[in-house]
Design a protein around this ligand. Structure first.
Ligand code: BT5
Length: 263
């Protein structure tokens, strides 16, 4: 059964502002690329792109994202927030809370691996369920548009991941033992994204920070960071008021970092 039917996705979105303009395609290189193209031709805030097959999905810094066409989700949302450019890095946290909420709606207990992974602890190991890639375009001191790309493993069995998915992937079905409706999950992501976007717009990052701390899989864990041209091993101890991760090295020195070195 194809549960990525356009009408089913539209029904799950309902009157939510995110997904108000919906494009469901059979195949694309990357839903983020398609969203960029739609943005260039004037697509509105809230445009949602869903691809059944994604042939060149990407992660951060040239990494790739493996998408299971019959069992995963690959989507992008186009946003046109009227916010200053310095807020753009905060969007990944808005997206992480939304996806984490949607996953909890499936009765799966996920956590957020700072800044852009949704992970689940299985037998003492964090396994990656979903990832986010935010690509923003700035105009002067404002955000012109932002694309939030989300990839999520939904019904892929634990033994069916391609090696391109890295060494520690998991899926909702692998954790819950049940099949999950992808259209319903997309609808839930849209609704929770709208919720957190409104909180963020009205109250700023301060409204997100306590939830990010509470749901973090990173705080208290060892992390590897770049300090100048040195690689330093430290412990993640906090998420700062601007969303950066605060890391303490072995000498007790604290450093804020905006990007992790490891995956
Ligand atoms: C990410 O990057 O996790 C962001 C992934 C965003 C994918 C979506 S799909 C829709 C939209 N269109 C796109 O082209 N991209 C977005 P990063 O933190 O750099 O992690 C990438 C790493 O995750 C890879 O190097 C693999 O180790 C691992 N990985 C790849 N595919 C995976 C999968 N399906 N499940 C779990 N891990 C995976």
């Amino acid at each position: 059964m194809n549960d990525l039917d356009r009408d089913q996705i539209a029904a799950a979105i309902g009157d939510c502002a995110i997904g108000c303009n919906l494009a469901v395609v059979d195949a694309t290189t990357s839903t983020n690329d398609l969203a960029v193209q739609l943005a260039a031709s004037g697509a509105p805030h809230g445009t949602l792109v869903v691809a059944r097959r994604q042939t060149a999905g990407r992660g951060r810094r040239g990494r790739s994202w493996w998408h299971d066409p019959d069992r995963g989700i690959a989507l992008s949302v186009l946003l046109r927030p009227t916010l200053p450019a310095h807020c753009a890095p905060e969007l990944v946290h808005v997206a992480a809370l939304a996806v984490d909420d949607a996953v909890h709606g499936c009765r799966v207990d996920s956590r957020i691996k700072w800044p852009n992974d949704i992970v689940i602890e299985i037998e003492g190991t964090w396994r990656k369920l979903a990832g986010m890639l935010v690509e923003s375009s700035l105009r002067g001191s404002a955000i012109e548009r932002a694309i939030i790309g989300i990839g999520c493993n939904v019904n892929t069995p634990a033994n069916a991941f391609a090696s391109a998915a890295g060494i520690r992937p998991t899926s909702l079905a692998a954790v819950s033992g049940a099949r999950h409706d992808r259209a319903a999950l997309i609808g839930a992501i849209c609704h929770r994204l709208e919720h957190w976007l409104v909180r963020w717009r009205d109250d700023g990052f301060a409204a997100l920070r306590p939830e990010l701390v509470r749901r973090s899989a990173t705080l208290g864990q060892p992390v590897r960071i770049a300090v100048g041209d040195r690689v330093v091993d430290g412990t993640a101890i906090d998420i700062a008021a601007d969303g950066t991760l605060v890391v303490e090295d072995a000498a007790g020195q604290r450093v804020g970092m905006s990007q992790p070195l490891d995956t």
